[in-house]
Design a binder for this molecule. Structure first.
Ligand SMILES: Cc1cc2nc3c(=O)[nH]c(=O)nc-3n(C[C@H](O)[C@H](O)[C@H](O)COP(=O)(O)O)c2cc1C
Length: 208
């Protein structure tokens, strides 16, 4: 299974070779892998920012405890969840669904009402956590797609979300920074590439 050897190959890259850029073609494949991610009800309640601008990344680095991956990687990927889910989000999904599946909107009403009621039951904190959770599925696909393309990556939670939201003007769009990933190519000097993987034994991780 290629997936297993890809997962053994990848590691959380600490030092990128800033002279190497991910090609547009590879970037399109990574975007496709994110687009195809599963999400709760299929709503995809997030946006993904792909940031190259060095000045902007300098600002984000200072909101990321100075982690060098932010500025040294080829691209910085910022996953932003819609923290306040509204009926409009659900209606937009059903407009898209009706177009793609060629079903009349009224025929989808019962299902739409069911989702609206389910979302309505969630508290604001639950809504934020729920949509943030979806971004981690997309993050997983990004890591796997990168590994298959032999592109290095580092998933990251070491940043101050409030500062990111401010720098990227996210709040006014109802968005919140959930998780980020730096992607690019490892530096030959990155010691982390030689470190053995630390994983729980299968027998401890699973109950079967
Ligand atoms: C959600 C998440 C957040 C992480 N945050 C950071 C981070 O801020 N900085 C960093 O260098 N590594 C970060 N990591 C990398 C982990 O430390 C790393 O994946 C873990 O130690 C396993 O090592 P491996 O990915 O190299 O196999 C994060 C990983 C995940 C999945």
């Amino acid at each position: 299974m290629n997936l297993i050897s890809n997962l053994e190959w990848r590691y959380a890259t600490k030092q990128f070779d800033s002279s190497k850029k991910v090609s547009l073609e590879n970037l399109e494949q990574i975007k496709k892998a994110i687009q195809l991610s599963a999400s709760s009800y299929g709503l995809q309640l997030y946006k993904v920012l792909i940031i190259e601008d060095p000045e902007l990344r300098e600002k984000l680095k200072s909101a990321s405890y100075g982690q060098n991956q932010i500025t040294e990687a080829s691209h910085l990927i910022v996953f932003c969840n819609y923290s306040a889910v509204t009926e409009k989000h659900i209606e937009e999904y059903f407009i898209l669904k009706s177009k793609i599946e060629e079903v009349d909107i009224p025929d989808l009403k019962a299902y739409s009402d069911f989702i609206k009621a389910d979302v309505h039951r969630k508290s604001n904190i639950e809504k934020d956590r729920w949509t943030s959770n979806q971004t981690y599925i997309a993050l997983g696909n990004l890591l796997n797609a990168c590994a298959e393309l032999k592109i290095d990556s580092c998933p990251m939670e070491g940043f101050e979300a409030e500062k990111y939201n401010e720098i990227l003007n996210l709040e006014e769009q109802g968005l919140n920074t959930s998780v980020i990933a730096a992607i690019g190519y490892r530096s030959s000097e990155d010691a982390a590439q030689h470190v053995k993987k630390v994983r729980k034994p299968i027998k401890d991780l699973f109950v079967q």
